[in-house]
Design a protein around this ligand. Structure first.
Ligand code: SF4
Length: 366
């Protein structure tokens, strides 16, 4: 089976683990890839669901890993080859000067990405009528696995250790949306400035479009190298159903913000996350991607994965065939535009672990 197909299959069906303790302890709930584990397939590290309802019935089974973390993967008894589990990062054993365990401040994503949610609360998460239906930002906070507000000093301390001890290559800073009109741009800027003062690490900031486009230059000047503003869904009706609060920011504001941000951060250094499988057609996602690429924005299309404890926990993940129908033509469009994951300085598009998109890019002839 080709690597990109195996990644699509695993991200759709999930993976059953003979040894649930294999690899780095995974998170359950939270922002970003929750209920997942990082596995490396053909030198590409991807996030694969392991704690979701479909994963418990997945036809894909990983055997107990050997001492080097290498495990055989099978489907219906047929051997499909090996995968490996990244080792537990060394920075996880440390505690900040003010007494917080490092993994409550930031965690390892994929193979070499440090990821944090600077503010673990969100104006959109207060009521079930407004919350993004896929989001679990409050769950890891309620379970005590993280703290509400990571200070710039804590982030700088953890980032420095993650680079020095574990060779982390870039950092993703997302945030719940605070009440202010800057939508989180201010805390991303102050955090980036503190991190850059401590360690040389490329940083992606992720937030909703701020009220004032001047925030893009302020974030960039503070040390944010790349920016993510995430559409999540591309059709107005799907956005209104899946994220009733965030859909109050119309698509037109996102596109205006993209057009203002690209000259600041550079072509290909602004991106958006699109969750396939929530109701948008493949054609709608590809049409929107074409508009984004024309602006110089990288559309990072990932399969939606239902997270336990969210309103969408029983919503099916998209099929591998649906993902192939988007990612194959999308990779060709990106290649033609020379807007590739490998050229991104930091962030989800560069990491690529939540989608097979960058593997399609690698497979296409230049
Ligand atoms: S693509 Fe983004 S959210 Fe997914 S593992 Fe990588 S850094 Fe984390």
């Amino acid at each position: 089976m080709k690597t990109e197909h195996l990644i699509n299959e695993l991200q759709s069906h999930g993976l059953r683990l003979t040894d649930p303790k294999a690899g780095v302890a995974s998170r359950r709930g939270g922002a970003g890839p929750s209920d997942h584990k990082a596995v490396t397939i053909d030198s590409m590290t991807v996030m694969v669901p392991v704690h979701t309802a479909p994963a418990f019935e997945s036809p894909y089974v990983a055997e107990m890993p050997d001492d080097d973390g290498i495990s055989r993967i099978r489907r219906s008894g047929i051997d499909l080859g090996t995968i490996s589990f990244p080792k537990r990062p060394r920075f996880y054993d440390l505690t900040t000067k003010d007494g917080i365990p490092y993994p409550k401040i930031a965690v390892l994503h994929g193979r070499d990405v440090l990821a944090t949610t600077v503010l673990q609360t969100c104006i959109r998460y207060q009521s079930r009528t407004k919350t993004c239906q896929f989001c679990a930002i409050g769950q890891s906070l309620a379970a005590g696995r993280t703290i509400e507000r990571k200070t710039p000093a804590q982030l700088a301390e953890v980032a420095k250790a993650a680079v020095e001890l574990d060779g982390v290559k870039h950092m993703v800073m997302t945030t719940g949306t605070p009440p202010g009109r800057d939508r989180g741009a201010a805390i991303l800027a102050e955090s980036a400035a503190a991190i850059k003062a401590a360690v040389d690490l490329p940083i992606q900031g992720q937030c909703e479009p701020p009220d004032d486009d001047a925030w893009f230059a302020r974030m960039h000047d503070a040390g944010v190298d790349t920016l993510g503003m995430h559409l999540e869904a591309v059709t107005p009706a799907v956005r209104a159903r899946i994220m009733p609060g965030k859909a109050s920011v119309p698509l037109s504001r996102y596109f205006d913000a993209f057009a203002a941000a690209v000259p600041v951060f550079g072509r290909g250094q602004v991106s958006t996350y699109i969750l396939a499988g929530l109701g948008d057609t493949a054609a709608a996602i590809l049409d929107t991607s074409e508009r984004l690429i024309d602006l110089g924005v990288y559309p990072f299309v990932v399969p939606f994965v239902p997270i336990s404890g969210t309103p969408l926990e029983s919503h099916p993940a998209p099929s591998a065939a649906f993902m192939d129908s988007i990612l194959r033509p999308l990779a060709a469009m990106l290649l033609r535009a020379d807007l590739l994951a490998t050229n991104i300085k930091a962030g989800c598009g560069k990491c690529g672990a939540c989608s097979a998109l960058s593997t399609y890019e690698r497979r296409l002839p230049a």
